[in-house]
Each structure stands twice: as C-alpha cells, then as structure tokens.
Design a protein around this ligand. Structure first.
Ligand code: SF4
Ligand code: SF4
Length: 147
C-alpha cells in the first residue's frame, strides 16, 4: 500500500481533545526554532500545572506549541472546526504544510511516520469525522422546515 502523503493530511497535527497546547518542545527544540518563533508560539506550564503534574506522578512538560481553533476552508472537511497546532497551515485532509517543517520539534519527527499504525489510526479517526459530518448534513437537509 502506498504511503499517505503528509501534505494532503495533517491529521497528526490536530489536537483530538481541544488542548491549549499540543506538541512538546524541549530546550534543544527551542534553540532550533529561534527566539521569535518561541516567543510567538511556545507556551509554558504555570506553577500550578507543574505542581499538579508532579503530584499526580506525571512529568511536567517543559514547553509546548500552542493550538488554534480554526474552521477548515477546503477539501472533504470543509466547514468542520478543529483545534490544531498553531503552526499548521492549510486545510486538514486536503492541503497542509508545517510552518516550521525543517525546524519542527523532535516529537513531531519521532513519534509518527507516514503509514505506520499510529498514522493510519489517526487518519481513520479523521475519516470517521467526515462520515459523521456528512451524515449530519444529510439529516439537516432532510429535516422539514418549520413554518
Ligand atoms: S504522518 Fe500520517 S497522520 Fe501524520 S500527516 Fe503524515 S500521513 Fe497524516
Ligand atoms: S510543529 Fe509542525 S509537524 Fe509539529 S504538530 Fe505543529 S504543524 Fe505539525
């Protein structure tokens, strides 16, 4: 099976739980991104978040890229609202690009590869969103109008 084309996807840059931040950034990533991008896009946990993570046995994140809520403008998900990494450009499942592709954080390079299990699962979830969205539209079209 041919590998999916990331430039026509972007599913792994979408936050499924509408989180305020998405991909973790390490100190090394910060250096690669440079001050201007860090200042604009990287968020740091508050003291309360750090303490609460530590108290519940989790490792607090160092920093992470913020997310942005946006409505998809083109392609099969046109009109759907998603929460995605603020550095993602374009329309998910149609045409996308990472604003910092050559400088993207390590987690983006290491955790998922096009065509691997995680990738296919995420894409599958996106196609389910499309199916639900289309069904919702069909139902709305069939509903008689109130007079
Ligand atoms: S790795 Fe997979 S899920 Fe991520 S953008 Fe590429 S094709 Fe889509
Ligand atoms: S930095 Fe780029 S590759 Fe990583 S989640 Fe954001 S848009 Fe996707």
């Amino acid at each position: 099976m041919a590998k999916p084309d990331c430039q026509q996807c972007g599913a792994c840059c979408v936050s499924p739980y509408n989180e305020e931040v998405f991909c973790d950034v390490t100190e090394t990533d910060e250096k690669t991104l440079g001050k201007a991008l860090v200042k604009r896009y990287v968020r740091y946990p508050s003291v309360v978040e750090t303490a609460s993570a530590m108290l519940s046995g989790r490792t607090p994140y160092w920093g992470a890229i913020s997310t942005r809520q946006r409505q998809i403008r083109a392609g099969p998900l046109r009109g759907v609202e998603v929460c995605a990494c603020a550095l993602l450009q374009g329309s998910v499942l149609y045409r996308v690009a990472c604003k910092v592709y050559n400088k993207r954080p390590r987690v983006c390079r290491a955790t998922i590869q096009p065509g691997d299990r995680a990738c296919l699962n995420l894409r599958g979830n996106m196609f389910e969103v499309i199916a639900e969205w289309s069904q919702g539209h069909a139902n709305r079209r069939q509903k008689p109008r109130r007079r």
